[in-house]
Design a protein around this ligand. Structure first.
Ligand SMILES: *[C@@H]1O[C@H](CO)[C@@H](O)[C@H](O)[C@H]1NC(C)=O
Ligand SMILES: *[C@@H]1O[C@H](CO)[C@@H](O)[C@H](O)[C@H]1NC(C)=O
Ligand SMILES: *[C@@H]1O[C@H](CO)[C@@H](O)[C@H](O)[C@H]1NC(C)=O
Ligand SMILES: *[C@@H]1O[C@H](CO)[C@@H](O)[C@H](O)[C@H]1NC(C)=O
Ligand SMILES: *[C@@H]1O[C@H](CO)[C@@H](O)[C@H](O)[C@H]1NC(C)=O
Length: 511
């Protein structure tokens, strides 16, 4: 029989395929193309495809130690091998969230370092309509699992108390920041990297140091940064966060950003803003901050510094620096950097002007490690003017967290009124997970979580109730982005189902 024209048309339409040869009928849902915001960097096109999920943990939620759970945004990471797409179109996994140093609005407290495991079910919302706030909450459902507490080698708890004392160096450790009242290691945790072997790196603001902890959260080693970054007063170390040193990191402007290369061999840490000698005592001159790299591929007690570059942070119209709160590896020489103001819910003002996950590229940046700039007496940017011999990283604007259209789709907003639907002031964390869509192999979910500074009207801190005068939830946002050539190690579930293994956590699952 000779096929009729209509048969040919049916046959053709059944064989329409996507560029990779799969039938179009099996295409996965994707964001509305009108939301795509492309940017160019190093000859590649990176695309922000918009906000796809929102979730929260209420401000009065308590962890398994009975204390208010908050301050998450210090850092998040996705637990290795658990992220997976389910047959119903949802994605599941576990966020490991690390708070900083507890409710410290009225001074630092004896808060033990910790990390929380939070399971999530992500149902990306790709619609162009505006969800209500309550409906938006179904796009990222969160459930708390348990909490792991940080200790030193001798099982002593770490503390959040100001590091007014110094523990002398030993054969194992450099001089360490400690609290004179209990001699415990002072930790204001900021960055978090989970290693394949279960150990993890935590960066902090006091040292600013980077600590390696075992799977059971016992201290293994401490990395000391170069002299130019160490807080020195009259040439001597002083780790207090209460005042600025003469040279080195400014008070409370430590290693906010921490990330690792895809092979796990190079650890990168980003200082929140310029060192004091580089202009860090004032927001109008604190723009040029430092990114350092350590070779952590061997078990050396002091992993060697293998690179140092200058990152030019964005500035407001009035020339004030938007300090950086996080760093995330994308591919060799390319990173995401989270820079922002402190306005929004829980902040000084309702109206935020800048909160972004931006891109940097250090391919053409000058490596200043092992140069005169390691010496605190030789600033890279005296009074905020960059030394003409230094080529800084390329900094490109990328994903805005305060886009009005995107926020409205999730029942959120920027600016007054100051209610539960106002975007939080402080965002401090980034994590990536592959979307796993064969049509978009470079697409990732970009997770970010806010740091609410433990602000709640129904708080418990060190077992005591408190009222901070405002309920500021821990907000979670998920964007979808295209990151050409990105390499994110170990997040997705392998073909092998994860075994139960031993349970390294000290607390029982309570929810
Ligand atoms: C948190 O506050 C809500 C609303 O007031 C209340 O229903 C809930 O029981 C509180 N949760 C805790 C853990 O206190
Ligand atoms: C969503 O909300 C924003 C802000 O209120 C509004 O401008 C926009 O028109 C709304 N979009 C739809 C599709 O309703
Ligand atoms: C560091 O400076 C603070 C404030 O000036 C002071 O109280 C503290 O004793 C100093 N610490 C050391 C170890 O000198
Ligand atoms: C890192 O250290 C390892 C082992 O010492 C060495 O083989 C490697 O070349 C080093 N890599 C870099 C980038 O320095
Ligand atoms: C934020 O908005 C609220 C109204 O919701 C207002 O009372 C408050 O004064 C605003 N805060 C600032 C700093 O403008």
């Amino acid at each position: 029989m000779v096929p009729t024209l209509s048969w040919i048309i049916v046959a053709l339409s059944l064989h329409i395929t996507t560029s990779n040869g799969r039938p179009s009928s099996t295409r996965l849902p994707e964001p509305d193309p009108s939301y795509a915001v492309p940017v160019e960097l190093g000859g590649n096109t990176y695309i922000n495809k918009g906000l796809v999920a929102f979730g929260l943990i209420p401000s009065n939620f308590t962890d398994s130690t009975g204390n208010t759970m908050g301050g998450f945004g210090s850092a998040i990471a996705l637990k290795r091998g658990l992220f997976a797409r389910q047959s119903d179109g949802t994605f599941t996994g576990t966020i490991v969230a690390q708070p900083d140093r507890g409710f410290n609005v009225d001074g630092t407290i004896d808060y033990q370092g910790r990390q929380h495991q939070i399971d999530f079910v992500l149902l990306p919302f790709y619609g162009t309509n505006n969800l209500t706030f309550d409906a938006a909450l179904t796009t990222l459902k969160l459930s708390y699992r348990n909490t792991l507490l940080y200790t030193e080698r001798n099982d002593a708890a770490t503390t959040g108390l100001d590091a007014l004392a110094i523990r002398p160096s030993t054969s194992a450790d450099p001089p360490l920041p400690e609290a004179p009242s209990n001699d415990h290691l002072s930790l204001d945790a900021e960055g978090l990297v989970l290693n394949a072997d279960g150990t993890f790196w935590t960066s902090d603001e006091y040292g600013p140091y980077i600590y390696l902890f075992s799977e059971q959260a016992e201290l293994i080693k401490a990395i000391q940064p170069p002299q130019a970054i160490l807080p020195l007063v009259k040439g001597e170390l002083n780790f207090t966060s209460d005042s600025d040193p003469d040279t080195g990191r400014a008070g409370n402007q430590g290693f906010e950003g921490l990330t690792v290369s895809a092979d796990g061999h190079t650890l990168y840490a980003l200082l929140q803003s310029a060192t004091i000698q580089d202009g860090g005592s004032d927001k109008t001159t604190s723009r040029f901050t430092r990114l350092v790299a350590f070779n952590v591929s061997s078990s050396a007690a002091q992993p060697p510094l293998v690179g140092e570059w200058v990152v030019p942070l964005p500035q407001s119209k009035k020339g004030k620096t938007y300090a950086s709160s996080e760093l995330h590896f994308v591919s060799d020489n390319v990173f995401l950097v989270l820079s922002r103001d402190s306005d929004g819910h829980g902040g000084d003002d309702n109206n935020s002007a800048y909160k972004q996950a931006d891109l940097i590229d250090i391919t053409d940046a000058t490596d200043i490690h092992n140069t005169e700039f390691d010496d605190p007496s030789k600033p890279i940017s005296p009074d905020g003017e960059l030394d003409s011999t230094i080529n800084p990283a390329t900094y490109v604007s990328f994903v805005s967290f305060i886009d009005d259209t995107q926020l409205a789709r999730f029942g959120l907003h920027n600016g007054k009124p100051a209610d539960q639907t106002l975007i939080d002031a402080k965002w401090e964390s980034l994590a990536l997970a592959p979307v796993g869509d064969p049509d978009f192999p470079d697409d990732y979910f970009l997770f970010t979580v806010s740091d609410n500074d433990f602000i709640t009207t129904q708080g418990i801190s060190l077992g005591q109730p408190y009222n901070a005068g405002l309920d500021n939830d821990n907000q979670f946002l998920v964007f979808r982005v295209t990151l050409p050539g990105a390499s994110v190690p170990g997040v997705s579930r392998s073909n092998r189902r994860p075994g139960l293994g031993k349970v390294p956590w000290r607390q029982e699952i309570i929810q």
